[in-house]
Write a protein that binds this ligand. Structure first.
Ligand code: C5P
Length: 232
């Protein structure tokens, strides 16, 4: 099954909640740094109270002990999915899971934890010359995905075009969360390697992350429903 995660890329909680209030069904909302840093945990509470699931996209990257403690706090917020940079290494990723488990004690389940392999803003030249990592970008991303799997994470953020390869490498149950989705006929905005929802499903993506095609639509609920229909 491929599910939709709606990216709430808004500067204020009021904007985000106004958008959510236009839906007549619960959605999976992605709250990123902009919204979380401006509103804090209160935005999580408000979105949860409305019955929506939450992917808190803060991309943690620090020493293992700090990430573990931070994840303990995030788990206590009752979010459904969080993430880290795989570049923090296996020990850091394993510590993230420990923190999530400790913070979820007694709740029956912990938030899913996924890894960012390489940011889409990183190109081959930047990888080699700035980050000093020699190797093909796709191979490096695949290596980071394998590391994430070995550290006990649940999946990775990746391009639709990499989802199949990642499932082959890390298993069908290792989740692929794919941004860069554009329904046919909608604006590409600043995304480069886009794919339609139907293609993402065909490639085995578990969650598609969709922002502007929903949030900037004249009728966001109708845009959401049209994408959901594409995934049936
Ligand atoms: O509006 P749009 O559909 O392009 O939004 C995509 C969302 O996914 C944004 O929140 C963006 O930051 C996020 N994202 C992305 N590419 C990545 C990782 C995250 O577009 N590689």
């Amino acid at each position: 099954m491929t599910r939709i995660i709606t990216a709430l890329d808004f500067p204020t909680g009021a904007d985000a909640l106004a958008l959510l209030d236009r839906f007549d069904e619960p959605v999976y909302a992605k709250i990123g740094m902009e919204l979380f840093y401006s509103e804090g945990p209160s935005i999580i509470k408000a979105v949860k109270e409305r019955g929506h699931e939450i992917f808190l996209d803060l991309k943690l990257h620090d020493i293992p002990n700090t990430v573990k403690s931070a994840m303990k706090r995030l788990a206590a917020l009752d979010v459904d999915m969080v993430n880290v940079h795989a570049a923090g290494g296996k020990k850091m990723m394993a510590a993230a899971i420990e923190g999530l488990e400790e913070g979820s004690a007694g709740k029956g389940r912990r938030p899913l934890c996924i890894a960012v392999t390489q940011l889409t803003s990183t190109g081959q030249e930047m990888l080699e010359q700035e980050l000093c990592i020699q190797g093909n970008l796709a191979d490096v991303a695949a290596h980071y995905a394998k590391m994430a799997k070995e550290a006990g994470l649940d999946g990775v953020v990746c391009s639709v075009h990499e989802a199949k390869k990642i499932h082959e490498l890390c298993g069908e149950d290792f989740l692929t969360i794919t941004p860069g989705i554009r329904p046919a006929g909608t604006s590409q905005d600043d995304q480069v390697r886009i794919a339609t929802p139907a293609y993402a499903k065909e490639q085995g993506s578990n969650y598609i992350v969709v922002g502007r095609p929903i949030t900037k639509a004249d009728d966001p609920a109708a845009a959401y429903k049209a994408i959901a229909a594409d995934l049936l």
